[in-house]
Design a protein around this ligand. Structure first.
Ligand code: NAD
Length: 294
């Protein structure tokens, strides 16, 4: 029996839970949690992610502020915006949507965000705490993956988890989290990347595969064993003249073929993507509680 891991539905469930919590706060005279997002330039994928985030804020009873700046904004001006968000007591948390234009140093931007408002969990202070198993804002995508595993009660202890991709926002942190003594966790983790040799042989040993590569349909049915749990993080735009927008979203996994062998699998779209947004909201609610000392 194969189960599709319905991240879209889970995300709506979480947003409903958050809305109830926020309504309770408002009933007692408190203000709503407030998330701000900084978007630079006109990248269509970034614009679509931000639209989803703002929509989900509305659904959860949050206030949201979108600061949209042209792609030729100077690094200095962007750092000034971050500084004012850091110092604005009415903003509980904020994100700067990546990627940023080439003339802007992403590391410096990430370092400028006050860790207690860093609801994307990208600041080294949060990454370091996460790696040590201390209380921290977890990066939103890995946190969303943990939430999927948890809500579907998928056994992880002692399982061999193969992560494909070593990005700072997905591959690295999810490898750390799943190896920790926790649930979900206690996995034996193998992290693989573009220089890995015999990737197919390694993947064939996986009980759980986390694919975060950025290449459509990269993981094929010949690379997975029967009963595997597949978490597909990839969001790739593939041209398709029959689609309304002229493209379709594809994951890093060949869903049609791999789903025939899997026990659980996330679809794209509707899997990890919506859970990333739900995690951002959970982190913002947490930041709100810290900020308002609830
Ligand atoms: P990235 O784009 O920064 O890096 C890709 C990784 O894949 C690298 O670590 C590289 O070593 C690895 N890789 C490349 N070619 C490979 C090969 N042939 N064999 C093995 N490994 C290879 O990674 P990212 O930012 O984690 O993004 C990966 C994908 O996930 C993209 O499609 C991105 O759009 C998507 N993404 C989705 C979400 C979400 O919310 N669902 C969030 C972040 C990223």
């Amino acid at each position: 029996m194969m189960t599709i891991l319905d991240g879209k539905q889970l995300s709506l469930d979480i947003q409903k839970e958050i809305l109830e919590a926020v309504n309770t706060l408002k009933d007692t005279g408190k203000r709503a949690p407030h998330l701000a997002a900084v978007l630079v330039g006109e990248d269509p994928a970034s614009q679509s992610y931000i639209r989803n985030k703002v929509r989900s804020c509305n659904r959860s009873g949050f206030e949201s502020t979108l600061i949209h700046k042209p792609s030729d904004i100077s690094q200095e001006e962007l750092l000034e915006i971050i500084d004012s968000l850091n110092n604005d007591d009415n903003i509980d948390g904020f994100i700067v949507q990546l990627p940023l234009p080439k003339h802007i140093n992403e590391t410096e931007v990430t370092l400028a965000i006050e860790p207690k408002k860093d609801v994307d969990g990208f600041h080294p202070a949060n990454f370091g705490k996460m790696a040590l198993g201390l209380e921290a804002y977890l990066p939103a995508t890995p946190m969303g993956i943990l939430e999927i595993l948890k809500r579907y009660k998928i056994e992880t202890s002692g399982k061999h988890c193969v992560v494909v991709g070593r990005s700072n926002i997905v591959g690295q942190p999810i490898s750390i989290l799943l190896s920790q003594k926790a649930y979900p966790g206690n996995c034996t983790v193998t992290i693989t990347h573009s220089r890995t040799q015999n990737l197919k042989e390694i993947l064939l040993q996986a009980d759980i595969i986390i694919a975060a590569i950025g290449i459509p349909n990269f993981v094929g049915a010949d690379m997975v064993k029967d009963g595997v749990v597949v978490i597909d993080v990839g969001i790739n735009r593939v041209d398709d003249v029959t689609a309304k927008r002229g493209y379709r979203l594809k994951g890093d996994v060949d869903f049609e073929e791999v789903s025939k062998k899997a026990s659980y699998i996330t679809p794209v779209p509707g899997g990890v993507g919506p859970m990333t947004v739900a995690s951002l909201l959970m982190n913002t609610l947490k930041a709100y509680k810290v900020n308002t000392e609830l």
